[in-house]
Design a protein around this ligand. Structure first.
Ligand code: ADP
Ligand code: MG
Length: 262
């Protein structure tokens, strides 16, 4: 890659690290909500170890795209596979898919009536059959890693937004996922808390986690992404390396979008 074009320093070990086999594959995916055509012939392959940032205007289908990958939404036609297998419709297989593909939402979605520690142990115990003591050990290790171990006995509402989002990341990681989906994970945060969440995400990227990240944080894209996927009106309009996308977007739609956010 042309380093002379790099506007900001970024950890070379993320973006220059070779990535592996296809892990998540969307093939000719179509999705409607009633008359609204929200995903239009989406073809996308996420390789093992790859960090893909998805950007695009509000309403372009980014959240729907994420939600279809762990089957929070069904699709009308086309196929999605994770690790070589088509998405399961229900039951134990679906629970395994949701463990394998962790999701972090804009609004944290923690269990409000449970402690931070319980938020990170419950899925392990219920969906994976991990013994409570082992689940707790894993949870404490992860809470330590995201910097909120000292909050373990509190309820989510007692934490800041940035802390809650880091708990949500720990909760997803506790399921030992093969990939992580982040849907605007910092959009609901006060500005001073954005970096504490992005730093955790950059750390995950450096460790080789496969990640799909919907975000308008271009600093994250430049620091950590292998590819940027630009969506508009349900279509993947561009799919390029970050430097190429930011310095030389091909489509008028991407140029217009970038002129508004950069
Ligand atoms: P983005 O995340 O890019 O803002 P979304 O995937 O949330 O876009 O939404 C794409 C389009 O689908 C929008 O027009 C939105 O209003 C619509 N939409 C999303 N979810 C639903 C739903 N459950 N029912 C009906 N329309 C929906
Ligand atoms: Mg969205």
């Amino acid at each position: 890659m042309a380093d002379s074009m790099t506007a900001e320093p970024r950890p070379a070990d993320v973006t220059t690290r070779p990535t592996g086999e296809p892990l998540i594959v969307l093939d000719h995916v179509e999705k409607h909500f009633g008359d609204l055509h929200v995903l239009r012939d989406v073809n996308l392959t996420i390789h093992r170890g790859e960090v893909v940032v998805v950007i695009g205007p509000s309403g372009s289908g980014k959240s729907t795209l994420c939600r279809t990958i762990n089957r929070l939404e069904t699709i009308d036609s086309g196929t999605i596979s994770v690790d070589g297998k088509p998405l399961p419709a229900e039951g134990r297989e679906l629970a395994r898919l949701r463990a394998d593909v962790g999701m972090v939402f804009q609004s944290f979605n923690l269990f409000a009536h449970r402690t931070v520690l319980e938020n990170v142990t419950l899925g392990q115990i219920k969906a994976k059959g991990v013994k409570p003591a082992a689940a707790k050990a894993t949870a404490m290790e992860l809470l330590e890693r995201v910097g909120v171990a000292d909050q373990a006995s509190k309820r989510p509402a007692q934490l800041s937004g940035g802390q809650q989002q880091r708990v949500a990341i720990a909760r997803a990681l506790a399921m030992k996922p093969k990939a992580m989906l982040f849907d605007e994970p910092t959009s609901a945060l006060d500005p001073e808390m954005i970096n504490e969440v992005l730093d955790v995400m950059v750390g995950l990227a450096q460790e080789g986690m496969t990640m799909v990240v919907v975000t308008h944080e271009m600093g994250f894209a430049r620091r950590a992404a292998h590819r940027v996927v630009f969506m508009d009106a349900g279509q993947v309009v561009e799919d390029a390396e970050p430097e190429t996308f930011f310095t030389a977007p091909r489509s008028d739609r991407a140029k217009d979008f970038l002129s508004k956010i950069l």
